[in-house]
Design a protein around this ligand. Structure first.
Ligand code: HSE
Length: 395
């Protein structure tokens, strides 16, 4: 099977490396015929080409693998490839989150497939897992650690008592973090992954207006405060169906140190999905990095080679997402006076605890939306506010 790879960044290099040294009968059958690079870039490999029309017109190329990242030119090139009758495989979560419905419709119209396993959970077969659960069950919940960079940061802060900024620099050097680290630390990267998974899990085009609070303001002191209570903080993406209400959010969650989530090290991810009859399934693996992500891309290509995959997602359901009906408990840390905290959160304020000169407040039985809105109100006066959900029992 002949393929064309668009882009030769981290994942492009990984795909090329695995396919240039094939060790299985599957990978031996895949040939990289073209690597599309932007005009003006040095053509360092014989497969490199800067004319996309040559690729579109080459009838032998069956699959276009989009690894450019971002919206344009990825969006246009994916559509052109599908319209030229080529299957498309991508690792680009941003363009997939925004245009999933359009890509699937155009693919269907042209009798080809649009596959995107590598967009979520890196090397973990997560998209396939959702697809399989949905063949039998209704999904009631999925949640997990879907960002390697933030997990790496939180894990090192926990294990070494390190400060946030120092560990972030290391994550960037290791190539885990996105170009702009805010996409990782403010939860936007996981936002795309949550939107893609929620669309698949709930047969709809999920919105992207759900509450997001990242880990930009977490400190060594916060990690130590929770560690003293036998707890570990993780950045969690979650979607839930409860009494026919669908909700999504991204926020730091505090887990008992004995939980599976608390044990996830380095850049690893852990995705959990719950179906009606299967119960809870958990998937663990490397959620970022060159070879694990390239591996997921190649799995999609092999499915096309084997003609195994026929994605049959239905995005037609009109479902309503609501972020202020499910109540949870939180802890926030702020240097503002207690009156200000009470002014914003009223009767939801519980106990206050002092720890190494910082004040931590319980905010109880409150919706995600109200909590996130309240944090934003406090941030006007104290930019360093941090908050995390307290996880007791099931999420
Ligand atoms: N920056 C992302 C992460 C890459 O750290 O998980 C994989 O999507």
């Amino acid at each position: 099977m002949k393929i064309a790879v668009l882009g030769y960044g981290t994942i492009g290099r990984g795909v090329y490396e695995i396919l240039s040294n094939p060790v299985t009968d599957y990978t031996k059958k895949i040939q990289v015929s073209y690597i599309w690079i932007r005009k003006g870039k040095e053509k360092a490999l014989p497969e490199m080409c800067d004319d996309f029309n040559i690729i579109l017109q080459d009838k032998e190329v069956e699959v276009v693998v989009e690894l450019l990242g971002g919206i344009e030119p990825a969006h246009t090139m994916i559509l052109e490839a599908l319209r030229a009758g080529k299957h498309v495989v991508t690792a680009n979560k941003k363009v997939t989150a925004q245009y999933l419905k359009e890509f699937l419709e155009v693919a269907k119209e042209h009798h080809v497939q649009f596959l995107f396993e590598a967009t979520t959970g890196g090397g973990i077969p997560w998209v396939r897992a959702v697809e399989k659960v949905k063949r039998i069950d209704e999904v009631s919940d999925f949640h997990g650690i879907f960002n390697g960079t933030t997990n790496y940061i939180l894990d090192r802060m926990y294990k070494e008592g390190a400060e946030f900024d120092d560990v972030l620099k290391d994550a960037q050097q290791l190539g885990y973090a996105e170009h702009d680290p805010s996409a990782d630390i403010d939860g936007l990267d996981i936002g795309d992954k949550l939107q893609i998974t929620a669309s698949l899990a709930f047969d709809c085009i999920a919105p992207n207006d759900f509450p997001i609070f990242g880990i930009r303001t977490i400190t060594k002191n916060d990690i130590s405060f929770f560690k003293n209570r036998g707890q570990v903080v993780k950045l969690i993406a979650q979607a839930k169906r409860s009494n026919n209400i669908l909700s999504c959010c991204i926020e730091p969650v505090v887990f008992s140190k004995d939980s599976m989530e608390a044990s996830v090290p380095n850049n690893f991810n852990l995705g959990s999905i719950t179906g009606t009859t299967i119960g809870e399934l958990k998937f663990y693996g490397q959620g970022a990095g060159m070879l694990p992500t390239a591996n997921a891309v190649i799995q999609d290509i092999i499915d096309l080679l084997e003609e195994k995959n026929e994605t049959a997602f239905d995005f037609s359901k009109e479902v309503e997402f609501c972020y202020d009906k499910i109540m949870k408990d939180y802890i926030i840390r702020t240097s503002l006076p207690e009156e200000k905290v009470r002014e914003v959160f009223g009767e939801n304020v519980g106990e206050r605890e002092e720890y190494l000169g910082n004040y931590y407040y319980e905010i109880l039985t409150i919706s995600t939306k109200r909590l996130h809105d309240g944090i934003q109100q406090l941030q006007v006066y104290d930019k360093t506010v941090f908050g995390a959900r307290i996880h007791v029992g099931t999420l």
